[in-house]
Design a protein around this ligand. Structure first.
Ligand code: HGY
Ligand code: MN
Ligand code: MN
Length: 412
């Protein structure tokens, strides 16, 4: 009978509650945007917990927090973790549960099994959600994988116009040191994360091992018109961008609905300028988030959406342009790691399945430098990216037991 990993249920529950205090939003939500005081407080809390667990901690040049359990042997590290920033507002589990899980797993392994053969590390990535800066997309894990361009710190601006370089300086970080955050000594990255969808709940299972990640593309579309009086300007003389924009938005969403799973298309942000009831808009801008696990199908879906934008723009005679602000290909988990985690769940007596992720994750960035896999934990009601997000502590503990058992197989 395999050794059962025992996880302290109360400790997990307390850590989830305590971390959610940093950027608390209403009863159950959080708003924790990168390089804000609540973000800094949460990262310091992670460092304190790691030090209490006897781990060596440091913060890298972009603000990722690391904790290390040194192995007896030299060689590349086996890393677990997730992100500490949140959507605005988001839930208290997205990202945070993966950081807590990694902390508790390393603390438990050290207490129950002593010094590992291989070095184990936890990472709390500084920024995955792009909830403050529209186009950082995976700032923390892109820094670790050396994928931040030299021009980005002084050009990426948040929704209030602050550059990410200035935001870093405001919390004592030097954007000039970003290249020092790159790592080339990580062999494995395993991330625990809430599923953020309804599949595990529909299957009545607490855990899944993730087999792959979707490709994603974000568009920012601008439809231009002319501001005029909402009452005095006759309908037949207007240059109103709203009609074309509304048609475009409904057309791209309708297409994804028609294609069906696993294609998805979301218009989550619409900006009307100048945005007053009695003014015909000058400009309507909106985002389109397009995802598909197959790169060819993603490309086809994006091409069809772009053609729709062109057709509707010309039918209405509205000047329309767009920029692609995020573009990442799909990627697969390492099959060996998937097998190892499925076996770890079985050895711990925890029912689990395998499934593709609908969300994108830091693990996809880490696949540039390491073998990756993820452990999903059931989301109650399939809810996420909302304060309504919830995962039971029992399911969280089950996920941490699978994570710890998997890390034990790799590192002891
Ligand atoms: O959008 C995503 O999939 C991630 O949660 N940021
Ligand atoms: Mn996340
Ligand atoms: Mn998220």
């Amino acid at each position: 009978m395999a050794v059962q990993v025992a996880i302290d249920h109360e400790l997990v529950e307390r850590m989830i509650h305590d971390l959610a205090r940093y950027g608390a939003w209403g009863e159950t939500g959080v708003v924790r945007k990168v390089y804000t005081p609540e973000w800094a407080g949460a990262q310091q809390q992670v460092m304190r917990w790691a030090e209490e667990a006897g781990l060596h901690t440091w913060q890298d040049a972009v603000g990722n927090v690391w904790a290390r359990l040194q192995g007896r042997e030299d060689g590349p590290s086996i890393v677990t973790g997730s992100h500490i920033d949140s959507q605005a507002p988001g839930g208290r589990f997205d990202g945070a549960l993966g950081v807590i899980a990694g902390l508790v797993a390393l603390r438990t392994l050290r207490e129950q099994f002593g010094t590992p053969r291989r070095t184990l590390e936890l990472v709390s990535f500084c920024e995955e959600e792009s909830s403050r800066f529209p186009a950082t997309n995976f700032w923390g894990s892109r820094a670790v994988t050396g994928l931040i361009g030299p021009e980005e710190p002084e050009t990426l601006r948040d929704y209030d116009g602050v550059t990410i370089a200035d935001a870093m300086r405001a919390v004592g970080l030097d954007p000039g040191r970003i290249p020092q955050a790159a790592r080339d000594d990580i062999e494995v990255f395993i991330e625990l994360h809430v599923e953020q969808g309804p599949i595990l709940e529909q299957q009545g299972l607490p855990i899944a091992v993730v087999t792959g990640f979707p490709g994603i593309r974000h568009y920012l579309v601008e439809v231009r018109g002319r501001a005029d009086h909402a009452g005095a300007m006759p309908m037949d003389l207007r240059q109103d961008p709203m009609l074309a924009a509304a048609e475009m938005i409904s057309a791209v969403i309708a297409r994804a609905r028609e294609i069906g799973r696993p294609a998805v298309t979301t218009v989550g942000r619409v900006l009307v300028q100048p945005n007053f009831p009695a003014i015909i808009p000058e400009k309507v801008s909106f985002t389109i988030d397009v995802r598909h696990p197959d790169s060819a199908r993603l490309a086809d879906l994006c091409a069809a959406h772009e053609q729709t934008l062109r057709t509707i723009a010309s039918r209405h005679g509205r000047a329309t342009s767009w920029q692609i602000t995020t573009s990442h290909p799909p990627c697969s988990s390492d099959p060996e790691l998937v097998r190892l985690l499925v076996e770890a769940a079985a050895e711990q007596g925890i029912p689990a399945t395998t499934m593709p992720s609908g969300a994108v994750h830091d693990a996809q960035r880490m696949a540039h430098i390491a073998r990756v896999a993820m452990v999903f934990v059931r989301s109650v009601g399939g809810r996420s990216h909302t304060p309504a997000e919830f995962t039971t502590t029992d399911d969280a503990v089950a996920g941490i037991r699978v994570l710890a058992a998997g890390l034990r197989r790799l590192a002891y």
